[in-house]
Design a protein around this ligand. Structure first.
Ligand SMILES: C[C@H](N)C(=O)N[C@@H](Cc1c[nH]cn1)C(=O)O
Ligand SMILES: [Zn+2]
Ligand SMILES: [Zn+2]
Length: 475
């Protein structure tokens, strides 16, 4: 089956240095979507990607998305591209993102985050290496290796790469809905490579994601930051109120304290209950990726359920608060706490927002503070769970066995890719998540990396998947 794959694999191996060089160029563009000052870099990254695609013979275009919600800032363009238009071939729509999370060396990185550093042990460190520049470039590298080896590309490829995923995919839903029956009309299935294996050895195919509702809670009082010696004990302090609000949201064991959240969670079925034991995941793997043993649960099943099928609430930071080293004796005048809830079936975005607003307002009222408080969602994205019983998944499973020599686990993912459900609903096609990186990659964290092995074998995997897609019978 898929007879040309050996030639393709050899070509990928032969070109591995060039593929790492392409990743180096991508990592060097600090395309941080959440920082307004970096917007020109995000736009530059979109242009770079479109140019690379055009050089490979794809037809790439940059689609503007208008203004970022509530701002005067232009959203970065979406890169839409097509490679091949043979009516006798299947068409696969792939999605990825070229924006990244913020990163600064001072956060604790062992290397410069925007300089790809390839370590002797194969770790390739750099912001965006695993999330999601490595996987996005995987598709480009697959095209290039086919061309170089003179192997016919097995499918038509439609590509949609956005620059705002790490900030809630602002504007992309509208584009997907508008293009579902136009640019994306030929798509037979969708594939997204933007998540990670559960461990470091066993590849997986993913059929579910949690959603994410991200909130700001703003407390203000004094007209300006104050001297705590002069005003401490005389002014009600916004930070004191905020800390008490944030401290009321979730307990040490992760139990969300907001009424109306747990009540929305889908009950566990017998079928789902039986799935967890077969997954190759150990607490040791979790300790390794966590870098500690400070887990809430000591057993595998409860941990997987907490990550995949239960909501979680995380507190991310406080804007306006003193956070530098040293000891500044300031009373901040206005502080904005940031927290998010990872949502699961059958939670509803609006209902969850109402529960959060009511709870936070009640907590604040009980404080009896004279300060002013506002709580509001910053961005919200839906959860997604699909059926893996589809030729799209069968093709990916065969490709995984061919490249990695093992059968993949079928997993859900704790993270969020807000537009996954939009693609499914707008195109009516099956969506598959086919990860490249592993659990120790540290996406969103310091020292984010992609192992050279996962990058190179991942390029083989994406190409092999497309060959098996071409051979799979209809469901
Ligand atoms: C799983 C994916 N690679 C990812 O990191 N997604 C982000 C998307 C996001 C950002 N805000 C809300 N959703 C994530 O899960 O945090
Ligand atoms: Zn991502
Ligand atoms: Zn991410």
């Amino acid at each position: 089956m898929a007879p040309q794959l050996d030639g393709y694999f050899k070509q990928v191996d032969d070109m591995s240095d060039a593929f790492i060089e392409r990743l180096r160029q991508a990592i060097a563009i600090p395309s941080i979507s959440s920082e307004a000052a970096r917007r020109p870099d995000v736009v530059r990254m979109g242009h770079w990607l479109a140019d690379e695609l055009n050089k490979l013979g794809a037809q790439a275009e940059l689609r503007p998305l208008g203004k970022q919600q509530g701002t005067d800032l232009d959203l970065p363009p979406v890169v839409l591209a097509r490679y091949g238009s043979d009516k006798n071939k299947r068409t696969i729509l792939v999605y990825g993102h070229y924006d990244v999370q913020p990163a600064e060396k001072e956060d604790g990185w062992e290397t410069e985050p925007f300089e790809l550093t390839v370590k002797e042990d194969g770790r390739m460190l750099g912001r965006g290496s695993t999330d999601d520049k490595g996987p996005v470039l995987g598709w480009l590298n697959a095209i290039e290796a086919h061309k170089a080896a003179g192997i016919e590309f097995p499918v038509n490829l439609l590509m949609c790469f956005e620059g705002m995923e790490e900030y809630g995919s602002d504007g992309l839903d509208d584009l997907i809905n508008a293009e579902a029956k136009k640019y994306f009309a030929d798509a037979d299935a969708v594939c997204i490579s933007d998540n990670y294996w559960l461990g470091t050895e066993r590849p997986c195919l993913t059929y579910g994601l949690r959603g994410c509702n991200y909130y700001s809670v703003e407390v203000s009082g004094p007209g300006a930051d104050l001297h705590s010696g002069v005003f401490g004990g005389t002014a009600q302090e916004p930070m004191t109120d905020l800390v008490r609000i944030l401290g009321s949201l979730v307990d040490t064991d992760g139990k969300i304290q907001i009424p109306g959240i747990a009540e929305q969670v889908a009950p566990l079925t017998a079928e789902e209950d039986g799935l967890y034991d077969g997954i190759s995941f150990t607490m040791e793997t979790l300790y390794e990726s966590l870098g500690s043993k400070t887990t809430i649960f000591d057993d595998k099943k409860k941990t997987l359920m907490a990550r995949w099928r239960n909501p979680s609430l995380s507190i991310h930071g406080v804007e306006g608060a003193f956070s530098a080293p040293g000891a500044k004796t300031v009373i901040p005048a206005k502080v904005i706490g940031k927290f998010s809830i990872r949502t699961v079936p059958n939670m509803e975005i609006e209902k969850t927002n109402e529960c959060v607003a009511k709870y936070v307002e009640d907590v604040f009222k009980k404080l009896g503070s004279k300060n002013t408080m506002k709580v509001y969602p910053q961005h919200c994205g839906n959860w997604w769970v699909a059926s893996p019983k589809h030729w799209n998944f069968s093709a990916a499973a065969k490709a995984t066995e061919r490249v990695w020599g093992v059968q993949p686990d079928f997993t859900r993912e704790g993270g969020s890719i807000p537009v996954t459900l939009t693609f499914e609903q707008a195109t009516g096609k099956n969506v598959l998540l086919l990860p490249m990186g592993s659990s120790t990659d540290g996406a969103h964290s310091i020292n984010e990396k992609l192992d050279k092995r996962n990058y190179i074998e991942g390029i083989k995997l994406l190409g092999a998947y497309l060959h098996y897609v071409a051979e799979e019978p209809q469901n």
